[in-house]
Ligand binder design. Sequence first.
Ligand code: MBD
Ligand code: FE
Length: 284
Amino acid sequence: MTMTEQSPSAVDSGTSATEAFRVARRESTTTDISPQRVGDVVGSVLAGIHDAIRSREVTYDEFQAAKAWLIEVGEGGEWPLFLDVFVEHTVEEVAARAQRGTKGSILGPYYLPGQVRLPSTSKLPMRPDEKGTPLVFAGRVRDVDGNPVVGAELDIWHADDDGYYSGFAPHLPDGILRGVVEADTDGRFEIGTVQPAPYRIPTDGPTGALIEAAGWHPWRPAHLHLVVRAPGFRSITTQLYFSGGDWLDSDVAQATKPELVLAPQSQGDGTLRSEYDFVLEPAG
Ligand code: MBD
Ligand code: FE
């Protein structure tokens, strides 16, 4: 892709993601973590680093290069991006040990709360000339016994046909391809949108530089993000992917699961349609 004034830079998305994280954090209730717990966890993290230095015989040169890189990650606002791509999947894996219902996946750095509320059959906000294959995503929200869940909502957000997220790319109008869809009293929903493109970690920031330096690729497969919630039920944060799509078997963020892959059907009119049912467990 050529860089034009339309191309969002890594520092734009990084700065916005860091600010969004700070706002969310302010509004969340955080519990105190005991000194014992901090010592245990941070002690383990440091021991892992010490082991890597010994076994790989890390040099002073490499240590100082790492320090310079860490400074850049902070200055570029890329801690949310870096941590959500390379670490969050393991936090989710541990959380999932105690969870039933639809499989979860990582939240990632591009969630924004407070999006437009929409009725059960809706189109997500989009530009009049929004590029991409039209996609209808429909299904039901049920409880673990198969009964429809009343009062369910699907908070959905995804990248556009170029792989960019509104709110994190200055050329996109605020709020596009985001919305909170209220399922009907049978738990049904039908959401019109466009198929997202795969997401590429910005190559012009420190996370991209590391990926390049390590000889890895910077891609996530195309995905829809969802938080599905209902009164009295545990909220599910997840992502849905598209069968046959690029990078499905090599997600840089290691956040795919076989249960989370959609197989959209061509409707003959150029539209894709996909059905997916969510299962919520009672709040713990
Ligand atoms: C994304 O779009 C995403 O979903 C995650 C988890 C990390 C980076 C970009
Ligand atoms: Fe994403």
